[in-house]
Design a binder for this molecule. Structure first.
Ligand SMILES: [Zn+2]
Length: 478
């Protein structure tokens, strides 16, 4: 016997990534992500960890996205004080991201409390949303940052509590999914026998702006792989810049402005860099560009700092100019600056979060823009079911913003080509070098349909056994 694995999060779903590995009495967690979904269900899941914090000797974090890192402060609140291993870029990204996540939860609780008080004051009974404590506070997020320990690409290190002959060692490889993202090779040694488990984290794609391409996967005995787009093929990335230029030019010619809802981390920076390139190449006019998201602004500074993560295109741009700063690039900070954009009467571009238009400053910009056919709403990523972003993508004739029904007259388009997740073909190609030594594949981080289709493809192409574990399922990896 060598390693025991229990799947705890992102099992038959795409959120709340977390898996428990045990070897020679050492317990570690791969990721500790926040489950995002309906409030009550999410709370229940996020408050239940695979095991008590005092029994966990180390956590290995694949990358900074909240569905992988966002429940770390919750575990710290429960009492976890051990190390969290991550790349230097991931550590720097987690600082603003976890604090922002805590702030979002504190605000949500404040909203629920206010609503409960209002219901009480007008004499209605029951129906008070419970409970009223945030999952974690900004103090918990700050305490989490102090537990991080850097891991360097391709460098093998024994984890806390393990020795050279017993327990776990980790070696990270670049995943090409976001700044700092990795897949990690976990080696568990017990009674002189070593078992290798490769955890894919989220697998990225070649040619994404800013970040390097995914690295070739190392040999392993077992593979735990994501399957987000296990049943889809993406549009090629190549033409996306020209498409962006054409959309902007058309909007400017008719005197409209452009609202780009974008995820604060990754997508916003990719869009800013592409706009700078297009302006320098004179493919679009020099109109003002606003990044209206304090989190995106903090994260851009992390992108500027971690030059080791940049691809050749960004490094070349940086030789000639400051990639994320130019005369007409404005990073707004205050709410007043954000609101002032509503009074602008010349064409401009505003990039703002959230990417699926569910919350945040982008809602104000949409309210101010969607009724005018001269304007363009340019979606930049995946839009989940039941989000305002999906309704805009579908061009529903009327949508509700801040409780008010509004006619959708603006043009809506999308540059979904920038997806950070490998599609079916890219996942199959990525795992190919590992298949020679693999005994079994476990699919995680995907909806059941995507997982079933990918499982069939892996079985057909590589003749390997594939499992699709549910939350709580355990396996012995020998
Ligand atoms: Zn991710």
């Amino acid at each position: 016997m060598a390693i025991r694995v229990q799947f705890w999060g992102a099992a038959r779903t795409v959120t709340g990534s977390s898996h428990h590995l045990e070897c020679a009495g050492r317990n570690i967690l791969l990721d500790c992500g926040l489950f995002q979904g309906r409030r009550r269900e999410a709370r229940e899941i996020n408050m239940n960890f695979a095991l008590p914090p005092e029994e966990v000797s180390a956590i290995v974090l694949s990358h900074a996205h909240i569905d992988h890192s966002g429940n770390l402060p919750g575990f710290v609140r429960e009492g976890y004080r051990g190390p969290i291993y991550a790349t230097p870029a991931t550590i720097d990204l987690c600082d603003p991201m976890l604090k922002d996540s805590a702030h979002v939860q504190e605000s949500e609780v404040e909203f629920i409390r206010k609503r409960a008080r209002r219901k009480l004051s007008i004499g209605r009974d029951g129906a008070i949303d419970q409970p009223v404590d945030p999952l974690y506070s900004t103090e918990d997020a700050a305490a989490t940052i102090g537990l991080f320990r850097p891991m360097q690409l391709h460098e093998r290190q024994a984890l806390n509590g393990s020795t050279a002959t017993e327990g776990f060692a980790v070696t990270p490889y670049g995943a090409g999914h976001m700044l700092g993202s990795t897949c990690v090779l976990m080696e568990g040694t017990e009674n002189g026998k070593t078992t290798r488990v490769l955890f894919s984290g989220d697998v990225g794609r070649a040619s994404l702006p800013i970040i390097k391409d995914p690295e070739s996967a190392p040999a392993a005995d077992y593979l735990i792989m994501e399957s987000t787009y296990g049943n889809r093929l993406h549009q090629p990335i190549g033409p996306v810049k020209n498409k962006l230029a054409a959309l902007i030019k058309r909007t400017v010619q008719r005197g409209g402005h452009i609202v780009m809802p974008a995820f604060a981390v990754g997508r916003s920076q990719q869009v800013v860099m592409m706009l700078h390139e297009l302006i320098r190449e004179k493919k679009i006019p020099e109109l003002p560009v606003y990044l209206d998201s304090p989190l995106a602004t903090s994260v851009t500074q992390v992108f500027e700092k971690h030059t080791e993560e940049w691809d050749a295109e960004l490094a070349a741009l940086a030789q000639q100019t400051t990639p994320f700063a130019w005369k007409h690039m404005i990073y707004t900070q205050t709410v007043q600056e954000s609101k002032a954009l509503n009074q602008m009467h010349v064409p401009f571009i505003v990039i703002s979060a959230s990417g699926m238009c569910e919350a945040g400053r982008v809602l104000h910009h949409l309210r101010n823009s969607i009724s005018d056919p001269r304007n363009l709403i340019l979606l930049t990523g995946y839009q989940a079911e039941n989000t305002l972003g999906r309704r805009l993508e579908r061009r529903e004739p009327e949508v509700r913003i801040f409780g008010e029904w509004m006619r959708l007259r603006a043009e809506v388009d999308s540059i979904g080509e920038l997806s950070g997740h490998a599609d079916q073909k890219e996942l199959l190609d990525w795992m190919e070098p590992v298949t020679k030594t693999l005994k079994k594949v476990f699919l995680v981080h995907g909806e059941p349909e995507a997982q079933q289709e990918l499982k069939a493809e892996i079985e057909k192409r590589y003749r390997l056994p594939v499992e699709i574990p549910a939350r709580g399922d355990q396996y012995v990896l020998e």
